[in-house]
Design a binder for this molecule. Sequence first.
Ligand code: ZN
Length: 306
Amino acid sequence: MDKRERWFSEGAPLFRQVMTRLGLADRLPTDDLYYACPCCLHAFPSEAVTAQVLTVEHVPPEALDGKGMLLTCKRCNNDAGRDFDSHAQKRAEFYSMLSGNAMARPMRAVFEAGGIEINGEAQSTGAGWFLEGVVKQNHPARLDAHEQALRATADNGEGAEFRFKIKENFSSQRADTSWIRSAYLAAFSALGWSYILQPALDPIRQRIRPGSSATLPPIIGFNPSHDAEGRHILIVQEPEELSSVVVRIGPYTVFLPDPWGTRTLAQLAESISGKCDETGRVPFNLNGKVVPWPTKPMYALDRLTP
Ligand SMILES: [Zn+2]
């Protein structure tokens, strides 16, 4: 049995159980088994697996070293790649560039010397920066003029002057949404539908929907000193006002509502902002229950309740 078939046949009976417990079973089209995409909550029958409509989703995205963790529908998976994950990838490359780490691919850049600009590419290799004007993107005369200006500035006795600008466009808000989406999917894989079907999680789903213009309160933090490979989920019980599910993926920490629906996302965000110092760090320990990082859907809360 292929991984997707196995994940469908393990998940679908639990989904029905949870829907029955919530008094929502009559929303399922028939008595057959369905798997709800955790992003759009559309319920899919088993044929969706063979038709490749339910796809393996990587958490975090594959381009950011993610592993196949769960099933989402093809539309949610593809659209998130375009709307959010591509921005997270570009921002990660930009940060690599700033810190001089090796980059997988070059970024578009503009080089300027003596007021003459040319288009090119910039890439940090881990041992330095590689900057190159791309010949076919520039008029040959402009390339020549740029080189002459470079030489002139090096020879004028006042020190060489040369500037470059990175031209890649990314939105930090969309990049953050990609990490929030990954955190939401990891929490779903670990805890299950009982967790994500709480109203407190609705704003997250509204934000990660394709083409969404919804916004989220500040629930994500960034700490570059955290291990890039680190993957953690903690159900925070103390301090009580930060009761939440904290998902940490490398330098990103995302606060999600707790499994008991104690507070809305907005209330949680307010508690966090009251506790963080000006660098966005929480200056004390969070205590609670550590949940193992899922490598496949675990549905821990769905399995707890009969
Ligand atoms: Zn979906």
